[in-house]
Design a protein around this ligand. Sequence first.
Ligand SMILES: C[S@@+](CC[C@H](N)C(=O)[O-])C[C@H]1O[C@@H](n2cnc3c(N)ncnc32)[C@H](O)[C@@H]1O
Length: 376
Amino acid sequence: MQWIKEGDVEFLADVSGEGRGPGRRSGVFYNPAMRLSRDLTVLFAAYQTKERGEITFFDALAGSGVRGMRVMKEGGQIGEAGINGIFVDLEEEAVEAIKNSLERNNLEGVVIQGDVLKLFGEVRADFLDIDPYGSPAQFLPEALRSVKHGGILAITATDTAPLSGTYPSTCLRRYMAWSHKVDFHKETALRILLGYAIRIAASREIALTPLLSYYRDHYLRAFFRVERSRSRARELLRNVAHLLLKRGTLIRRVVWIYRGGWETPRDFILLGPMWMAETSRISVLKRLSPLAEMGGYEEALTLLNALKDEVGYPPWYFEVNEVARLLYREPLSMEKVRSRIEEEGFRFARTHYSKSAFKTDAPPDFLGRILYGVER
Ligand SMILES: C[S@@+](CC[C@H](N)C(=O)[O-])C[C@H]1O[C@@H](n2cnc3c(N)ncnc32)[C@H](O)[C@@H]1O
């Protein structure tokens, strides 16, 4: 174990793995590649103090506790009120490290060693963070009991392989949704995760509204508003649906399962159910950007700007190469794609999911005509 610095805090941990992967699990876990996720957590907590005044942040799978400590220290500095911290971890080594690190940073927090699944009903917070190894599925819906009405739940998922269609049967069991290895698999992964959380919460009469969510490197991250409201939970379900893809074409059809059903035709691939409405809220992105600018969180600012550009577009990005392949044509440059789409009066945006992909409000069925003058 060693002293490490991230943001404004110093903490004890073992650096995990080489490069950007999730890495090893022994010792007190710390993955530097997840810094952006922690920067955004800080910004969200600061944003929450503007809405709610003093808040309590619950770092439920704390590891080294770096997340909660940064939230307390930096979030408190750029926010408008103090932030209290509650830290839980199963491992004694982690809990001891957190206690030492809190002292080093002149912070006072509640630190508990134990299985957080047994604590969710007892601890209540304004902001709950679920940052597990792998999938957050096992912690929902119990975790929802810990979030106050109007509070925030943040979840991380590093099980990208099932969610993005490499292991569809694991995805079906874990998230009760069909995944498939499609070219826009990062977006289906994110929407399956959102759809799952929203369905599970609805079964407990809790409404989870996605406020900001993204896919990055080896993980997915989502921030939700938590409300105890049956009617709102029901309303959110209307935006959870399946997607049907016609094999060998660009045709994509939404099957609104919670508005009425439809059988799967033979030459379509069925995915989902998943969340079909906005994955991030423009009002939230606009409020976080100045905080990111003020605090010098440059990577977070770049991501926030990229997410802003995507708001207002229909789901499903298009990979330039895949569009060309399905239409038996050569790939176009991104600038050509943009100009042809805009010349036809449709909107075009780059997407945070992939550098070689774009979003548009042009109907997929017309994309061949717009880009290449072909009817397929
Ligand atoms: C991915 S690490 C957390 C990383 C940390 N949040 C960060 O930002 O660096 C997951 C942590 O959850 C702990 N953990 C796993 N299952 C748990 C459970 N049921 N209750 C409490 N802690 C648990 C592990 O010991 C590990 O430290």
